[in-house]
Design a protein. Structure first.
Length: 295
């Protein structure tokens, strides 16, 4: 990685005024700046705060496709990175950029690392986070899987369905919540039984704003509607908080055609032969006409 000319000249001078700066952008859009210098710095529209106690370990970089990685250490505080936000998962997968900066002239800087937050550990009022380089994404399986269910996510680019359409989403205030994952509503008429199963519940207000849970069960009774999530939301939710509940899809062709009228975008292969078909052979008593075996 080539050094900018002015920064290279500064390093060659022998007496240096260097520090490191990090910009962290969470998935909810909040951007925070940190530096290991003893004064706040500002560049690229980001305020890099010096009161976080953040420091970095050695950066390992390669010229191939191996993942660049490093770690950062910092103190937990309400003003910077709080334990509640880490517990809620707000920093999971956050985008991070790291610079080497001449704090006497912040225009002399070099972007050394860009990637995402990996595993975060916290203990004793401090946190330690693994930083993973951009090539980490290349470790994921690529290509299309040929299977009966649809692999698309409801509402994404491949699916193309508009989840804001009337009858497929409800925004309601929380009435009763149990164990952080069971929501009960007295009035949610107009939706069939199990309409929201496999859908999403997003929190729109309160201390858990921005968190999303996947819906496991959707039940109706004389008392109203009960929505149960697969996992507990990792931040407290109180009565009166606003939530958005989206219809669910079980990835079947029939559901895509009848519930969402979106079969033109179905990405599964409902007529793909099963393993038993691969082992089949002609029988004398059967009609061996050469026609389709899937009808």
């Amino acid at each position: 990685m080539a050094l900018p000319g002015e920064l290279e000249a500064h390093l060659a001078g022998g007496l240096t005024t260097l520090c490191r700066c990090w910009a962290v952008t969470r998935r909810d859009g909040i951007e925070q700046g940190f530096t290991d210098h003893d004064m706040d710095l500002t560049f690229e529209g980001v305020l890099f705060r010096a009161d976080t106690g953040l420091s970095a370990k050695a950066l390992q970089q390669t010229t191939g496709l191996a993942v660049d990685n490093t770690e950062a250490l910092g103190a937990l505080s309400h003003a910077s990175v709080s334990e509640a936000d880490i517990q809620a998962g707000r920093y999971d997968g956050a985008d991070v950029r790291a610079w080497l900066v001449n704090w006497a002239d912040v225009s002399q800087r070099m972007l050394q690392f860009r990637g995402t937050f990996g595993e975060i550990q916290r203990s004793g009022g401090a946190f330690q986070v693994e930083l993973r380089g951009l090539t980490e994404a290349l470790n994921q399986p690529q290509g299309r899987v040929y299977q009966r269910p649809c692999p698309a996510v409801l509402g994404d680019k491949a699916c193309g369905f508009d989840l804001s359409a009337a009858g497929y989403v409800a925004e309601v205030a929380v009435e009763i919540i149990e164990d952080g994952r069971v929501f009960r509503f007295s009035a949610m008429a107009g939706f069939d039984l199990r309409w929201f199963e496999r859908g999403r519940l997003s929190v729109l207000s309160g201390s858990a704003k921005g968190l999303v849970g996947m819906i496991k069960n959707d039940r109706l009774s004389d008392a109203g509607r009960e929505i149960e999530l697969w996992e507990v939301l990792r931040a407290p939710i109180e009565a009166g908080d606003l939530v958005r509940i989206e219809a669910g899809c079980d990835k079947r062709a029939e559901t895509c055609r009848l519930k969402f009228q979106n079969f033109v975008n179905f990405r599964g292969f409902p007529d793909i032969p099963g393993e038993d078909w691969l082992m089949s052979y002609p029988l004398q008593a059967s009609g061996n006409s050469g026609g389709s075996l899937t009808r």
